[in-house]
Design a protein around this ligand. Structure first.
Ligand SMILES: Cc1cc2nc3c(=O)[nH]c(=O)nc-3n(C[C@H](O)[C@H](O)[C@H](O)COP(=O)(O)OP(=O)(O)OC[C@H]3O[C@@H](n4cnc5c(N)ncnc54)[C@H](O)[C@@H]3O)c2cc1C
Length: 380
């Protein structure tokens, strides 16, 4: 037990880690190489009750708290940050707007299936010309009798080509954030199309796609909550998203450091383990210290969120610091491995590639810094 985690959290960590070691570690390198999300992992997690754990039991969840989500993200991130990306989008980011703002009918229709791993979820906000500036999206949803007609293109959508339902941000009103609404779109609707699957540098074990909506008609009851409130609903989830993404960085960094440390002890040059050279062992010291700092920021933000305390500042700091940290740490892990670290057969090269997106996806480092600056009273 620690300051932040109870015995229940530690028990969950042990069980979840066992699952990850049995079912994810053995395939992590292979699915990265193939650029395929392993659907069987998601189905298997669903059977074990490990998806959407934050939902109440009546929707198939475990009423898990924020620290439990942190534990799951850390443990999956240690084995495969790519798989974790798909799981976070499915289990938390696509499902939470439905749970928090959707109708009872929408909850009954999507949440138990998502928690069981029968239905796969995605969330489509980003567009070719609207990334950080989400309020500038151009995808439209036009009311037409008992329906809405969606038109537009969405870019970089995780789970985009494998999803059964997608929470789509679309414009229903004037320009700016007040004109955005959220809709649930079943992917078997005519007019929905996967334009292409995107090949990536890292997170190759997650599915990423460009999506097109062309006169895609959805029933009026696909609207989540109130018209024009979509932007606010998305903002409500942001702190949790930043915290679980930071936790994914922690797991990934842990994996890289463990391997680097072991290699520094095993590898001999000049008749001594390379850990005997101060430059190498101090590199590991810096890696461990910066991971610890990011852990404490993340746990503190998670604890505040769980306790109902405003944590926008801490969540953005955690996301920013963890994202930058994991890039440095995975780069150093390659350095410690020397030429072996540069080879595709090493794990650390995968960690390094997976880390690269951590200052981009789900809000760039620059955007986190803008949020932090605002909270510090520096935006005048
Ligand atoms: C692998 C992957 C998976 C993703 N999955 C999803 C998903 O499932 N659903 C979804 O909707 N989106 C998803 N995204 C999109 C992601 O959230 C965006 O990539 C991210 O928000 C940045 O937007 P952008 O890529 O358009 O970059 P831009 O916003 O165009 O930014 C380009 C550069 O300009 C900088 N910049 C922009 N505005 C400012 C500013 N105000 N101040 C300082 N610098 C600024 C940025 O920091 C960045 O360095 C995913 C992205 C990736 C790479």
């Amino acid at each position: 037990m620690s300051l932040y985690f109870t015995e229940d959290h530690e028990l969950f960590r042990r069980e979840y880690r066992r699952f990850v070691e049995n079912e994810v570690v053995p395939i992590a390198a292979e699915v990265d190489g193939a650029g395929e999300f392993p659907l069987q992992v998601l189905r298997s997690l669903g059977k074990q009750g490990y998806l959407c754990i934050q939902l109440p039991e009546r929707y198939g969840g475990a009423s898990g708290d924020v620290m439990m989500l942190v534990v799951a993200a850390e443990e999956m991130g240690r084995a495969s940050s790519g798989i974790d990306a798909s799981l976070l989008v499915h289990s938390i980011i696509s499902v939470n707007p439905i749970y928090r703002f959707g109708s009872d009918e929408q909850r009954e229709r999507y949440l138990p299936g998502a928690a069981a791993g029968r239905l796969i979820g995605a969330i489509a906000m980003t567009e070719p010309d609207a990334g950080s500036d989400l309020a500038s999206i151009r995808t439209t949803a036009r009311a037409d009798g008992d329906s809405y007609v969606l038109n537009g293109t969405k870019m970089f959508i995780t789970n985009g080509s494998i999803a059964d339902f997608i929470v789509v941000a679309a414009r229903t009103g004037p320009a700016g954030h007040r004109g955005i609404s959220l809709f649930i779109v079943d992917t078997d609707r005519p007019g929905f199309q996967v334009a292409r699957r995107l090949d990536k540098l890292g997170w190759r074990a997650s599915d990423t796609a460009e999506l097109v909506f062309e006169d895609c008609v959805v029933p009026a009851n696909s609207l989540i909550g109130e018209l024009g409130r979509g932007f606010y609903y998305l903002m409500e989830n942001l702190n949790l998203e930043r915290i679980v993404m930071a936790a994914d960085c922690l797991g990934l960094a842990r994996a890289a450091i463990d391997q680097a440390k072991q290699y520094a002890l095993d590898r001999k040059q000049f008749g001594r383990p390379i850990a005997a050279f101060q430059d190498i062992r101090f590199m590991v010291v810096d890696m461990e210290s910066s991971l610890r700092a990011a852990e404490l920021l993340t746990y503190d933000a998670a604890w505040k969120l769980q306790s109902g305390v405003d944590c926008t500042l801490e969540a953005s700091m955690a996301r920013y610091v963890a994202g930058e940290m994991v890039n440095r740490v995975t780069g150093d892990a390659i350095q410690i491995h020397g030429g072996y670290g540069f080879m595709m057969e090493s794990d650390v090269q995968r960690f390094y590639r997976d880390a690269r997106v951590m200052t981009i996806g789900g809000g760039t480092s620059q955007i986190q810094k803008e949020v932090i600056a605002k909270r510090l009273g520096l935006v005048v």
